[in-house]
Design a protein around this ligand. Sequence first.
Ligand code: AMP
Ligand code: MG
Length: 334
Amino acid sequence: MRRLNILTAAVCVVILSSCAVNNELSGSERTVYAMDTVMTLKAFGGDDEVGAALDEAEKEIKYLDNILRRENPDSDIYKINRTGSAEVSEDTFKLIKTALDICESTDGAFDISTAPVSDLWGFYTKNFYVPSDIEIAEALSGVGYENIYADENRIYAGGVQLDLGGMAKGYLSEKIMEIFKNNDVRSGIVSLGGNVHTLGTKPDGGKWRIAVQDPDSDEYIGEISVNDKAVITSGGYMRFFEQDGIVYHHIIDPKTGYPAKSGIKSVSIVSDSGTLADGLSTALFVMGLDKSEEYWRTHSGFDAVFMTDDDNIYITEGIEDCFESRYDYTVIRR
Ligand code: AMP
Ligand code: MG
């Protein structure tokens, strides 16, 4: 059970908003709806730079949404899925290459070809349905990232259907950070449906404080103070339906074809790379705590906060100094 840590009980405050602005920096905010998500972008710097950066970032959001959206007949993903192979944009190619690395390193816990199974459960159309074991087995026979092959500018799907929903927003947040930097934005933060990415310090010089949501309420289980990092969370509570008292969520275990039941309620990944953080948040949610610990010990470039089904909180030691919670938590060490 989650236990209140009395010493830090007063610390849990909500983040993202209020930041005292350095006199020289002006700030501007923009909200964009894309990838089925409300996206909030904040940038601080000179007026012209901030305006240009937000305009360019908004263009990039629309561009990536367009080329990655499965149902858009002009998108790279649609073309690959319809014809089995297609020449794709540099972004799609890069994203799929990185995704395949994560599929492989997580032994298929992350699999960008789970679309037939997600579709069967109705997560794509929102016509939710609990399929039979036979239907699941049939859908699973069309899943397998090993069939996908990337060469030159082409992606070969090898008979499977691609869905980059588990990683696209992390790739996008990373691109927005590049756009901010290229436009001399000194400080910024984006929240893409709860996936957060920060640039520099807050305008007042302090660290950005990112709340980690309690999967069971509107409260927060803790906060992470960071600069220049992505903090990306996956949880069954984010998209789900309920039938006969059973909750079915949108993160599929590619080995079973069922919503992953790994003993984790949510996992937040902290990393310099939004793409890695997004891929791993989904993957580690599927893998569960023990396998995730092992993965963290053998792979670099990220830290994590886990909340388990029995309401215990675990963090990896790399974020020990920047994580605060009013609850007790366990630090996982190398
Ligand atoms: P996220 O919110 O980043 O964890 O991504 C969840 C989304 O990724 C789902 O809505 C699906 O589109 C897709 N997805 C579901 N299960 C998996 C999986 N095991 N590997 C990769 N993508 C998945
Ligand atoms: Mg993800």
